[in-house]
Design a protein around this ligand. Sequence first.
Ligand code: GDP
Length: 526
Amino acid sequence: MTTASRRTFAIISHPDAGKTTLTEKLLLEGGAIHLAGEVKARGANRRARSDWMKIEQQRGISVTSSVMTFERADRDGNVIMFNLLDTPGHEDFSEDTYRTLTAVDSAVMVIDAAKGIEPQTRKLFEVCRLRNVPIITFVNKVDREGRDPFALLDEVADALALDVCPMNWPVGMGGQFEGIFDFATGTLRQPSGPSKEYEGKSATFSGLDDPKLADAISAEGLARLREEGELAQAGYEPFDLAAYRHGDLTPVFFGSALKLFGVTELIDAISAHAPPPREQPAEPAPISPDRSDVTGFIFKVQANMDPQHRDRIAFMRLCSGKFRRGMKLTPSGTGKPIAVHSPILFFAQDRELADEAFPGDIIGIPNHGTLRVGDTLSEKADVRITGLPNFAPEILRRVALRDPTKTKQLRKALDDLSEEGVIQVFYPEIGSQSIIGVVGQLQLDVLISRLEAEYKVEAVLEASPFDTARWLTGSEAALRNFADYNRGNLAKDRDGNPVYMAKSAWDVGYQQDKNPDLTFSATKER
Ligand code: GDP
């Protein structure tokens, strides 16, 4: 099996839209699990793993991304290998999510039919757009009362400035729900049994005007399906593969993850249309998946899978070449080759040792802190994959020690945790107290609890005099000139890059106007 048969994707959604349920059903479809409910049940097994994961359980949210790999045949019988990267859905903790999106080739956007586009959906969508990640939309929960399908389609089109193409249509919603009609195949799938799930009751028709449809659904349902279905097909863009792959058009599937409607159509669409591994932005030149030597990049590091050991798992997205167990790769961070003896592949919940892997696959590499988020790993050490963003933190805090003799430990801990991507750390030019930055409140709790549990450092977070930060770029002279007047607002990030610490967004705008030869960026590409 090679590159063409791989689909590496993520599901993006606002909390509660149904991402977990859809993930379970996709894994079930792919035969990776046999019992629904197992995805969430995983939480119970994690209990012993570490203290900071307690936060995850207390808040009932998933802080860590994971990878699920499963196989399924497409409509022509070719086996497709799916790598589904799970993204933490909570509003608070999104930097991890953003980075995960750099490792996928496409995304599925789940929308609650009663709620439409929600804030988190929009934020994640913007990240996909930055990278032209193509999106298939799944409008979930049509088994319940939802908003009018046309209103939902128009909202996606208007809010996200995308062309939309309805691929199937719900016959009523909520109490009136009688099934889903697939435009391409003419297949009507219908609920049956006491729970009104999709249990295989389906029939294929020649089209919306097939008279036999009258035997399958109520007269009222049929009249509505014909009228709405025709309008839907005439009123929106036809499906265009190039436009979808370019991120300009989204095919839209209506469905119910809970009742298994639309799930088969969705997975067939991912097989048929979603792009196989794409070219990766890199210096000195983009990396084609056809390149023969191995390259990849670390998009996530997860520590403490086992609290007995200081082990970390670095998640690498393979971009080119055929990876073999035991091969030597050079991380761009240290420049020292490492032998990858025990790589991990992620078959649903089980972790398996990987003997080989192909572009698009995700490999877990156990290490003791040598691998950092953003590192390129390569056989020849001649490339650097770009485009993995750091986001300007939205919350800044000053870190104060309860025991001032622990300065060294604190510095080590902050460096480690910023390498993992849990926090960002800034060292002000004036003063000795480090400032940490996070994108969401939850990261602060994770920070404090890990400082205590792993580094035995008791720290408190104090208000920071600054509200936001921007990475500075420009000529050396311009930077020096700026520093002369603004030393009190300057800091260095962990890589030594200059950062402007601002009291407000207004200050950023003001300085930007005053210093047109400097760039103030809210993201830093590593
Ligand atoms: P997540 O937060 O996006 O992972 O959402 P979940 O998958 O946990 O779903 C949130 C809630 O919506 C749960 O109570 C699900 O049972 C429910 N849910 C998910 N999909 C559907 C659906 O298709 N129909 C209905 N009626 N409920 C659903």
